[in-house]
Design a protein around this ligand. Structure first.
Ligand SMILES: [Zn+2]
Length: 345
């Protein structure tokens, strides 16, 4: 099969033979990765394969990338710490699911790699389960093969194969990400009725959070935590008082549960405008992260002036080595577009 020169470069980048050279190419870069779920067959979770994660961490250790904690990066960005030229990599995990404790954390510990977990505090407090999981659950357990809900458009949807079902489900997930929380809740309630599925009060094991006790247990092993709102709303779609409460209350609640809290906020779905950046600054944070792909070194951050450290970009992570190397060594700078993950979360 013929490969384009770019494909060849990307594939070659994943090989050990080029690693020392690529590390030199990546001088001065700071890459923050965002992860979500870890494959956990026992609990029915599909996510990042822990073996692939271990391979990636082994590669980064072998070629002496600096694996930093989020706080160190913030100090570096805000100029409170000296600059280093060796490329640095930071790992963050969003949403506080239980599979991090069971599957992800042991791998990070094995490679002595710092990691920060962003917590929607209402999720750990048992007040809610995350909305996209509820939608996924409804479709997985649907007793009907069609629905019509005015909250989700003006036409009925139906399916007869798993592929069609997956497409409809994805349509609903995408549509609901763009609406304010009350409207989304109404749509999910309508969907529950239409599909004849009752949502359990608390999330089933596959969608369950870690516990606060587990947070403290992880903290003793060096894991740090940052707030990710209380209920995981899309902040630019919330009224100002609710936006402020989501930011401040999650910070207060997290610090009450663990002293291993970093002063870094994480926007749900990475979405933030100037108002959110200002609210996070006013709440006393040192920085905040989005899911806009890019480098967290000064030149890679979108120019928000004094607010730029409240919009630090992060790269999605994937299981394949060439992708990892392309990002950490800076080859991603040469590509106009990086594959974006599902923008949810
Ligand atoms: Zn999230």
């Amino acid at each position: 099969m013929l490969r384009s020169p770019r494909q060849l470069i990307i594939e070659l980048a994943g090989t050990d033979i080029l690693a020392p050279m690529l590390r030199a190419v990546g001088r001065g870069l700071v890459t923050i990765f965002t992860l979500h779920r870890f494959t956990d067959p026992e609990h029915g979770v599909i996510g990042l394969d822990p073996v692939a994660l271990a391979n990636q961490l082994a590669y980064l250790r072998r070629y002496r990338y600096r694996l930093l904690g989020l706080s160190e990066v913030v100090e570096r960005i805000t100029g409170r710490n000296g600059h280093s030229t060796s490329p640095a990599v930071v790992f963050t995990v969003d949403d506080g699911y239980g599979d991090f404790v069971r599957i992800g954390a042991p791998v990070f510990a094995e490679y002595d790699c710092p990691v920060t977990v962003f917590i929607p505090t209402g999720f750990l407090d048992g007040r809610l389960w995350l909305w996209w999981d509820r939608v996924t659950y409804l479709f997985a357990n649907a007793r009907r093969t069609s629905f019509f809900a005015p909250e989700l458009g003006d036409r009925p949807y139906q399916w007869s194969t798993p592929e069609e079902l997956a497409r409809v489900q994805q349509y609903v997930l995408d549509a609901l990400e763009r609406v304010p929380a009350p409207q989304r809740e109404a749509a999910i309630a309508a969907l529950s009725g239409q599909l004849e599925v009752e949502l359990p009060e608390t999330p089933p094991a596959a969608y369950a959070p870690m516990s606060w006790d587990e947070v403290r247990k992880m903290a003793r092993r060096g894991v740090t935590f940052g707030p990710h709102t209380v209920t995981h709303p899309i902040l630019p779609l919330t009224p100002p008082d609710i936006c402020k409460w989501e930011i401040e209350e999650s910070y207060r609640r997290l610090r009450l549960e663990t002293s291993s809290t970093v002063p870094v906020f994480c926007y749900p779905a990475g979405q933030a405008r100037q108002r959110e950046l200002q609210a996070v600054q006013a709440a006393g944070f040192s920085a905040a992260v989005t899911t806009i792909p890019g480098y967290a070194a000064p030149h890679g951050i979108r120019d928000w002036g004094a607010l730029r450290r409240f919009a630090l970009p992060r790269f999605p992570t994937t299981e394949d080595r060439p992708h990892l190397v392309n990002v950490v060594a800076g080859l991603a700078r040469l590509r106009p577009r990086i594959r974006r993950p599902r923008p949810r979360k």
